[in-house]
Design a protein around this ligand. Sequence first.
Ligand SMILES: O=P(O)(O)OC[C@H]1O[C@H](OP(=O)(O)OP(=O)(O)O)[C@H](O)[C@@H]1O
Ligand SMILES: O=C(O)c1cc(=O)[nH]c(=O)[nH]1
Length: 238
Amino acid sequence: MSSKSQLAIAPYKAEFLKTCLEGDVLKFGTFTLKSKRISPYFFNAGLFFRADLLHSISFAYANALAEYAASNSLEFDVLFGPAYKGIPLATAAVDKLAAIDRAKYGRTSYSFNRKEAKDHGEGGSIVGAPLAGQRVVIVDDVITAGTAIREAIEIIKREGGTLVGILVAFDRQEKTPSLTDDDGEPRPSAIGEVRKQYGIPVLSILTLDDVIEFLKGLGTEEDLKRLEEYRAKYKASD
Ligand SMILES: O=P(O)(O)OC[C@H]1O[C@H](OP(=O)(O)OP(=O)(O)O)[C@H](O)[C@@H]1O
Ligand SMILES: O=C(O)c1cc(=O)[nH]c(=O)[nH]1
């Protein structure tokens, strides 16, 4: 890999991106998204199952959150991981927060939803910390059209929690879908809309722009070209 491409983005991002590429978390090809868009790349956080990969992503989450919290006086009680892929991410991130600063984060908790409510035993649809009266940060993998994040926001509201922030590994920086999807009209991203609507920080470790910068000069011209074409088609206006 050339040092030129690695210098184009922050070193901690380049490090995380290399881990994603080595673990096949970030792949190039042809993928159908939840929004039905056809994408030339896919970020599969389900592949952070190996100890070293989970360690890498959960530290990246915890560092990003702790740094933002320190410089912006953000306070939170619970990390909420939407089912399914958000579950191990939020759980591991809470553990790393305590490793970074036990005095500050030792009592920070995790919580997640069941996709189907359980009607026996302890019942209910939330596992982990109850959300009522708590300041909650959503920890998830990717935001594309924002459907999953809006579902998570509704769950937190319903359970009586207060949403204070969102942290994702990857911001695809795509405009929100319209009825015809490819209508050529400028629109903001789902992240931009959520930021505006709720007035909360939405943080991401990596963006599509970061990946494109990183790939420049790496000799993967075909992937780079397809990513740039996709960005031109779906790039959000914010
Ligand atoms: O912004 P959106 O267009 O909603 O798409 C992004 C979401 O879609 C996927 O989750 P999915 O709901 O497929 O569930 P999973 O975690 O069980 O894979 C992915 O993990 C993101 O959370
Ligand atoms: O939009 C999606 O469905 C999506 C995109 C992506 O890169 N990764 C993922 O898990 N889901």
